[in-house]
Design a binder for this molecule. Structure first.
Ligand SMILES: [Zn+2]
Length: 291
């Protein structure tokens, strides 16, 4: 195993035996906000989800058939909505999206900046403050008499669910952040563990062990001695993004580089992973409004 991987990494030929190799990290592009919308869990009535490959990205959008005479594009908070007459074909619609890609990406960027500003303003370490959790914004409450408590289904959170922390009402921001962070890490351990089990089973692979990391600049890592680390801050994101990182590291158990065989394995584990990859590439663990 190690010998084969050394062959894949000629530059690492001097690595001593027994020192685990690390797969290349998931590349990070710091700073700009994620502009590409992901498929919503529930599509607005009368719409379907469609994806078009652009030069450097995959653009997902909502498609609605209407009585209009031409194909129209609208940027909304939930992303791009394409309204198209019943007679237009999918290739025609895709072509319009490609032709207008420059305008669409610019407008999506403006929308993302607006939403991110709102999110940052909303992330406040106080009762009633909001934090992103599995892609939705949940609210903090302070409750000095109880253990930490989540009002809702922590596995399938809904916007506005309340996380009650066992802190006095006058607790300062640091204590609130620590308490919420401990809960988020506990949830990350449970959530990521399940996703790992699922992808390991699909890949027919096993692990020596895994753990959470809080590495800056890195979402996940995998070493040749079959250990995976996942950045606990992923728990803020929508499930497809978490799945992408988990599936990515599991795919490295079979292929330690980022060659064609690796992407084939990843496509097998997470079909359509590109939209999640493109969105994640625009986040950095350091850019999160948290902890
Ligand atoms: Zn990788």
């Amino acid at each position: 195993m190690t010998g084969r991987q050394l062959d894949l990494f000629p530059a690492d030929a001097g690595v001593q035996p027994g020192v685990p190799l690390r797969a290349p990290e998931i590349p990070l592009i710091p700073a700009p906000p994620a502009i590409l919308p992901l498929r919503p869990d529930a599509l607005p009535a009368g719409t379907r989800w469609r994806e078009v490959a652009l030069d450097a990205q995959t653009l997902g959008f909502l498609l609605r058939r209407s009585r209009r005479k031409s194909i129209g594009l609208v940027i909304r908070d939930d992303g791009l909505l394409v309204q198209a007459p019943a007679w237009s074909t999918l290739p025609q619609i895709d072509q319009v999206v490609r032709d207008k890609a420059g305008w669409i990406l610019r407008k999506l960027e403006e929308r993302a900046e607006r939403l991110q500003l709102l999110a940052l303003q909303a992330t406040q370490w106080r009762a009633g403050g909001a934090i992103p959790y599995l892609g939705v914004r949940i609210e903090l409450a302070l409750d000095g008499t109880r253990a930490v408590r989540y009002a809702g289904d922590a596995d399938a959170p809904r916007p506005g669910d309340i996380l009650s922390l066992p802190l006095p009402e006058d607790a300062d921001a640091d204590r609130i952040r620590d308490s919420a962070g401990a809960w988020l890490q506990q949830r990350a351990r449970i959530d990521f563990g399940r996703r790992l089990d699922r992808f390991l089973a699909a890949a027919g692979q096993s692990l020596e062990g895994w753990g959470l990391s809080s590495a800056t600049g890195r979402w996940g890592s995998c070493t040749s001695d079959r250990r995976i680390r996942l950045n606990w801050r992923l728990i803020h994101f929508q499930p497809p993004l978490i799945d992408y990182v988990v599936a990515h590291e599991v795919a490295h158990l079979r292929v330690m580089n980022h060659g064609p065989a690796f992407w084939r394995e990843l496509e097998r584990l997470q079909p359509g992973f590109k939209a999640a990859r493109d969105t994640l590439a625009q986040h950095s663990p350091d850019s999160l409004p948290l902890i």
